[in-house]
Ligand binder design. Sequence first.
Ligand code: AMP
Length: 273
Amino acid sequence: MKIFSDALELKTYLKAITKSIGFVPTMGALHDGHLSLIKAAKKECEFVVVSIFVNPTQFLEGEDLQKYPSNNEADKRVCTYAGVDVLFLPKAEDIYESDEITLIAPPIRGYVLEGATRPGHFNGVLTVVNKLFNIVNPDYAYFGKKDAQQLHLIALMVKQLFMSVKIVPIDTVREIDGLALSSRNIYLSKEEHKEALKISRSLYEASNMLRSGELEVQKIKEVMKKILEPLEIGYIEILNYEFEVIDEIEIGNTIILVEVIVGKTRLLDNIWL
Ligand code: AMP
């Protein structure tokens, strides 16, 4: 596995690669969720690039940028075992200049849910993904459905900017107990982890209700709220795949999204129906 930190060096190196390139952008502290993206890339592409970059522009003032979990040595081992061809490990100054011209703003759909509590977050995400795509020039790029709004906005950017990369969504990987894997789970105490299981439980109950014929959004939200009590709920939202609000669930075109604050940790989860 080759490791690069310089963007232009990597770009030059990859230009000579004639194989199909699969790209997995991450912020590191790799877990089995990341690994399932890498495995999908390995399956579909002849050459796989993973990036690890804790992107400062997507963190707001007071968020966990400084203490975001990081373990480059373990991550390098994971990537080597997974058969990654190139690992891109840039520093902030390898990606950003002090006087940046690039500013990508999402449409209104980027200012609800995550974008409402974290205004500017998706500007940072879209900007860095755009830069990374320009460096790697991948044929396929892999993103987790767990970050559904991020996935939606990136797919929108690719379509609207006529980029040629194909975005591949990957199902959420969970612990055996149901908790969606996340680098931030490390912040949870044992007790908080137990409390956090209410999140997946609420989503499973919602999908059970659907199976028994309940299609009304309000009723499903009420039941989920009860299960989540007394946790602080950021939002429970039921949207279609275009991220539009709906009154009634349409199987094959509905996402139920939850944000819950457990202790000091904001956890996201969702289910695609
Ligand atoms: P992150 O390092 O948190 O920025 O995540 C990098 C990529 O991994 C994103 O596309 C995430 O959506 C994806 N990802 C994170 N957690 C999971 C998970 N539990 N299952 C599947 N994909 C995930």
